[in-house]
Design a protein around this ligand. Structure first.
Ligand code: CO
Length: 185
């Protein structure tokens, strides 16, 4: 029960007894919107991993692959976005609810450059949408998955993201992502 009344460390809140701590905590959670380490009770009411948000494909040339995927899908990509911190440029196609993310390396030492050097072009990662990226990071660490980032970080297309090491996920690089909004910056 500690988590749910974490609004105060000793279980009371401004002199109120413990049960008032619950209301304080829920109210605070709703207002702040970042319920890290919330109780299992709270977490159980959420869906943890919701759907495949996108599939990331490593390509040598974004320009020629944009043309290729345009022919394949019969529609244009809806954005191109560089992610300088990762040394990549990305483009996105929307297919129903699912996106395809193309990734081209912009630096020779980026993860995509190394991936293509080792394995050639192809599927690089599968990204799953989650309700709460911080909770999922804690949960998956607790389940024994190897997390590649100390904290969720900014990703392309207005997301907070982190990755799981492929050696802990049957050889597939897994990205977890959550849309950024006013509550999660
Ligand atoms: Co991605």
């Amino acid at each position: 029960m500690y988590d749910i009344i974490r609004g105060s460390p000793n279980g009371s809140c401004f002199g109120f007894p413990q049960q008032f701590g619950l209301f304080y905590s829920l109210n605070r959670t709703i207002k702040i919107g970042l319920p890290r380490n919330t109780s299992y009770f709270w977490r159980k009411s959420r869906e943890m991993i919701k759907k495949i948000e996108h599939i990331g494909i490593a390509v040598k040339s974004l320009q020629s692959s944009n043309d290729l995927f345009k022919k394949l899908f019969g529609k244009e990509h809806y954005k191109v976005e560089p992610v300088e911190s990762e040394g990549v440029s990305t483009s996105f196609f929307m297919l129903g609810e699912t996106k395809i993310e193309l990734l081209e390396a912009t630096t020779t030492d980026s993860a995509i450059a190394r991936f293509i050097e080792k394995k050639g072009e192809g599927i690089h990662h599968i990204a799953y949408e989650v309700d709460n990226i911080y909770e999922e990071m804690d949960r998956l660490k607790g389940e024994g998955f190897e997390v590649l980032n100390a904290e969720p970080k900014f990703g392309a297309d207005n997301k907070m993201i982190f990755f799981l090491h492929p050696k802990s996920t049957n050889g597939v690089l897994v990205e977890l992502c959550q849309e950024r909004n006013d509550e999660i910056l």
